[in-house]
Ligand binder design. Structure first.
Ligand code: F0G
Length: 451
């Protein structure tokens, strides 16, 4: 680990440590808060470690055409901005990142905005944004000689961790809430060879338990409390800025669960700004499910100075989290950038998900909170028609096929949840039809759907 280049700073009391000194649960021994990675060399304006903005933009673009393994990764392509390894030769990569930025023409038209885009992190190797963080933190685990890694998860972290652990040749332990994760994600952990324990606990309970376990056994914790995860997860900010030729969008809208991702993206844009690679930051807004909205409540009740955990309920199981670890970091990102924090209902999530599907993209339910949140922000006049908006889609549509099928069959939502929205939902539903195996019957079905 190259401790000359980076150090860990506690976001609570400001204590600074080298990477090797931090406790296994990544909490500060003085105040209990989380750490973030900082690069002291960057603050010296003409210092030898300070990256040169113009040269970097050129270098990163050139790497897209390079045949070097590391340059194929959308994370390590930007390695000058995450110098966390002693040797980049230790990087464990599945060629993550470099995900597409799609225009959303139908949603844009419906909302009266021209410039609406989706950065689809579901197009990563294991189908979620977690891969960009996992390549970074797994590389640190490998470099530091750990044999075991572990995470608590609502499914995507475990899928990503299991894949990267397999590539690194490490063993991995997964703790998941029994019965409350999507099957696609569980199947991935099995396929990639994880030791998976389903616990009679929710995500928050799994994470608390794991925190105790890593204090007793030499297991490297790979949840997003691990600050190296966020170093990888900040790189989509670089890709977005690059895609807009280094003039950033006005708004970035991100789903909020454990709140690591919004924290990471905020850090990414903040660093680009501090290093002079972009002239400003986008407003970053975080959207939660109404049944799992502790940060929204915290903003409403006390301007996010403290957070009261909630018992979380939502069908968007990825963000079924009541006691988010990184809430302080995320609150700071929202406040510093002038974004908002709001929640959306189960029906709003389901409708938005179907609309993203109808754009030919699709995403998992947790990702769809972004479009549902955008609709609210537009309705409240917080986003103008000439502003550029990027939605961060976090997971692939195939992650939770049961949810999609239930929506189209009409068995997902109950009557209370759909009241007043029946017609809107019916317009989006595309249930499969049982049709006789004759041309006439299929043509009749076709005629029926056109009419
Ligand atoms: N979207 C998806 C698809 C997720 O899997 C998660 C989190 C989030 C959004 C929220 O991101 O936690 O950084 O605020 N999934 C974690 C997991 C908790 O275990 O896979 P966050």
């Amino acid at each position: 680990m190259n401790d000359n280049l980076h150090q860990l700073r506690c976001i609570g009391c400001g204590a600074r440590l080298t990477g090797a000194e931090v406790q296994p649960d990544f909490r500060c021994a003085q105040c209990g808060e989380l750490f973030e990675v900082e690069y002291p060399g960057w603050s010296q304006r003409q210092g030898p470690d300070r990256p040169n903005a113009g040269a970097l933009k050129w270098l990163w673009r050139e790497r897209r055409a390079s045949s070097e393994t590391l340059d194929h990764s959308g994370v390590w392509r930007f390695r000058e901005l995450l110098p966390i390894l002693e040797s980049f030769g230790n990087a464990v990569t599945l060629f993550e990142g470099n995900t597409p930025l799609y225009h959303l023409p139908r949603a844009a038209k419906a909302l009266g905005i021209d410039q609406l885009f989706a950065k689809h992190q579901g197009m990563n190797p294991t189908g979620s944004f977690k891969d960009t963080g996992m390549t970074a933190a797994m590389s640190v685990a490998k470099e530091r000689g750990f044999e075991w890694v572990a995470c608590a998860s609502t499914g995507n972290t475990s899928a990503a961790m299991a894949a990267y652990a397999a590539r690194a040749g490490l063993r991995c332990l997964v703790l998941i809430p029994d019965g409350k994760i999507a099957w696609g994600k569980l199947s991935q952990a099995m396929d990639y060879g994880a030791l998976t324990c389903q616990l009679k606990a929710d995500f928050d309970g799994c994470l608390t338990l794991l925190t105790q376990i890593v204090r007793e056994a030499p297991i490297y914790l790979l949840n997003s409390v691990n600050p190296y995860r966020l170093e990888g997860q900040k790189t989509p900010a670089f890709e977005i800025a690059e895609a807009f030729d280094w003039s950033v969008p006005d708004h970035l809208i991100v789903p909020g669960g454990n709140l690591g991702n919004s924290s990471a993206l905020g850090k990414g844009f903040r660093e680009l700004h501090e290093l002079g690679l972009v002239a400003r930051m986008p407003k970053i807004s975080v959207i939660q499910a109404a049944g799992a909205n502790p940060l929204v409540r915290s903003f409403l009740n006390n301007q996010a100075t403290s957070l009261e955990p909630v018992e979380a309920h939502t069908r968007a199981t990825a963000i079924r989290i009541g006691n988010p670890a990184s809430w302080r970091k995320a609150a700071r990102v929202i406040q510093d950038t002038g974004g908002w924090c709001l929640d959306v209902t189960e029906a709003e999530i389901a409708i938005a998900k179907a609309e993203i599907g109808a754009e030919g993209l699709g995403c998992e339910p947790a990702s769809a909170v972004t479009l549902a949140g955008l609709k609210k922000l537009r309705a409240e006049g917080k986003i103008a028609s000439n502003e550029t908006v990027v939605l961060l889609l976090t997971g692939h549509t195939l992650k939770d096929a049961d949810y999609t099928i239930d929506f189209h069959r009409g068995t997902l939502l109950n009557a209370d949840e759909t009241v007043g929205r029946e017609a809107e939902i019916a317009r989006l539903q595309r249930n499969a039809q049982l049709v006789e195996a004759t041309p006439a019957a299929v043509l009749a079905a076709l005629k029926g759907s056109v009419g």
